[in-house]
Design a protein around this ligand. Structure first.
Ligand SMILES: C[S@@+](CC[C@H](N)C(=O)[O-])C[C@H]1O[C@@H](n2cnc3c(N)ncnc32)[C@H](O)[C@@H]1O
Length: 258
């Protein structure tokens, strides 16, 4: 590839990315995403249970089953929000977890959870950007991002950062909404997503727009094959995908070999 073609591929602050069905600059997207999570932070956990009918808990357990934490492992959970993944990691015997999120209000909601008090010495809550992770090169054994990558404006940059902080032999797992193939399930899922979710958002969180963004952003997220390629481009190997609930969600796993 010529130098100029390479340069064209490098996203700048003006590079257009999706925000739901709209196109905005990288900076605008981060600001809009921050507005979404500022608005939903106080009701985030309850909304998660309602919107997924509790199924997000099963997906998170599946992620942890696949990761199988060990007592010598340190995790960085990016876009960690209220700490669900990090909590499960240390509960299942992982040594220590960083919860890294760009939104202080999401972190504050998580820190208020009673259960977190039992794991004070095993959790470190950091306000930081997945596109510029505040951790050293080759410093963690595991990296996770659950329902976060979709919200990160420059996903390529975040994936490169993930490879940077992983130790050689370390593993990355991404839990994210994916794409339903079965027509009947897809019709039911669309009805739930477009008709019910924004109304639930209005009723419980007083905010339907944030849940409209959620629904649209899911449809815009890369396919499993595209995300696997992006992980490979970022330097990860042995990429595998587990499809969950007929494609409503998926876990992508990749390793940093050296
Ligand atoms: C849907 S929540 C997921 C929270 C948690 N991982 C979970 O599974 O419940 C998405 C999170 O991504 C965070 N986020 C968005 N952009 C980010 C970025 N550039 N760096 C780090 N976190 C980001 C938001 O603040 C929000 O807390």
């Amino acid at each position: 590839m010529s130098k100029s073609a390479e340069n064209k591929k490098v996203p700048t602050a003006k590079y257009q990315v999706d925000f739901g069905y709209s196109k905005v600059s990288i900076t605008q997207k981060q600001n809009l995403v921050n507005d979404v999570f500022n608005s939903v932070a106080p009701s985030y956990d309850i909304m998660n249970d309602l919107m997924s009918l509790g199924v997000h808990r099963l997906w998170k357990e599946t992620l942890l089953d696949w990761m199988a934490p060990r007592p010598n492992q340190v995790l960085a959970d990016l876009a960690g929000g209220t700490g669900d993944i990090a909590l499960r990691f240390v509960q299942r015997g992982g040594q220590f977890a960083y919860i890294i999120d760009i939104n202080q209000q999401m972190l504050a909601s998580g820190q208020k959870r009673k259960v977190m008090g039992n794991y004070k010495n095993k959790l470190n809550w950091l306000c930081g950007d997945a596109q510029a992770i505040p951790l050293a090169d080759n410093s963690v054994d595991r990296v996770t991002i659950a329902f976060g990558l979709r919200n990160v404006p420059d996903r390529t940059k975040a994936l490169k950062q993930i490879t940077r902080i992983l130790k050689p032999g370390g593993r990355f797992c991404c839990l994210e909404f994916s794409h339903v193939r079965n027509q009947l399930l897809s019709a039911i899922y669309d009805k739930w997503s477009f008709d019910v979710l924004p109304r639930l958002g209005h009723l419980i969180a007083g905010d339907s727009q944030s849940y409209q963004y959620l629904v649209e952003s899911i449809r815009q997220f890369p396919s499993q094959a595209e995300l696997s390629l992006m992980m490979a481009d970022a330097g990860m190997s042995q990429i595998k995908v587990k499809t969950l609930s007929g494609g409503i969600a998926a876990i992508h796993s990749g390793w940093k070999i050296d």
